[in-house]
Design a protein around this ligand. Sequence first.
Ligand code: FE2
Ligand code: FE2
Length: 356
Amino acid sequence: MKKLTRRSFLKKAAIGGLAAAAPLKMVEVVYGQGAQEKFTFAVISDAHLTHIKGTKFVRNFDEGLERAVTEVSFMDPPPDFVVFGGDLAQLGKKEELEHGLEKLSKLSLPIKFVIGEHDFYLDMGEYWQKHIAPLNYSFDHKGVHFVVLNSILTYDSWINQFKDPMERMLGMARLDNPHGSPFIVGEEGRRWLKKDLAKLSPDTPIIVLTHSPLYKIFKPWNFWTDDAEEVQAILARFKKVTVMHGHVHQIIYNQIGNITFYAFMSTAWPWPYPPTYTQKPSNFPKITVMMNRADPFHERDGTGWSWAEVAAGRVTHHYELWENTPRTVYYDEKLGHPVDKDYQDPSKRIPPQIHY
Ligand SMILES: [Fe+2]
Ligand SMILES: [Fe+2]
């Protein structure tokens, strides 16, 4: 079994100014890594920049993205690249996407973009594909095969009922939405994935980046991809597969067969966990230690960003939580699933916040 010893510290850039912030220092030592070279990438997701009118945007969401960009810029050593996990815009407007691109342009790092449903359903991904990134693509990095897979499509029968693009966008934009429609990768996407992976040996570590989880957590909130099992089957022949996704706005991790799943934080707001909020049954992963609930008096609480350390094809996911204790979730080779470094022991968990 590989022994992983890591010592890292990441000082937060002081709110209110780059000038006051000391450079972030990150020291890491990894022993016994496999053939693949160890590397890191940063993750920023679900910014939901919201246009009001003219040059006005919702301040809180702007500030979330700005803070993540500042903190990623101060990572030392810098990550190899940044993943943006989707939902840059709130209602897919050109103003919102351009506003987001302008904010992300402050990063002097390559960005791998994943599209979210909030970026897609106004113009069906037209602006995104023209100016930002393809919907499906792959790249190789230091021995790992990365796949960006569009998982936020849905059935034509649902799409075709809308005459007005904004109505369609609003139809998909809500959380607790009886009129929405489950996400799918779709037949074309699955065919593309199969072809993309065809030439790879089962030993190649695979990291799939999607927006919706490639499994089924809770259908009423669309924490759900309808053809997840078919996508999982395409990934089944690989020994090391990690799926990392946005959309759920909170810490969730899971293991299904050979696939390890990690969710991204949002820079805008946290969603509740289904089991804490509803009596309806959900498939919320039993191995996830939930983070304590957001404090409505601190607008950044329950939000944040993350960075992934990849060694020997496995991901260690560091959640940088604002107004909360950072968390590290890593793949335990012995147990065969991800575990939270500090909070797996129930006695060490942070109790829920209480307000009077
Ligand atoms: Fe989102
Ligand atoms: Fe989303």
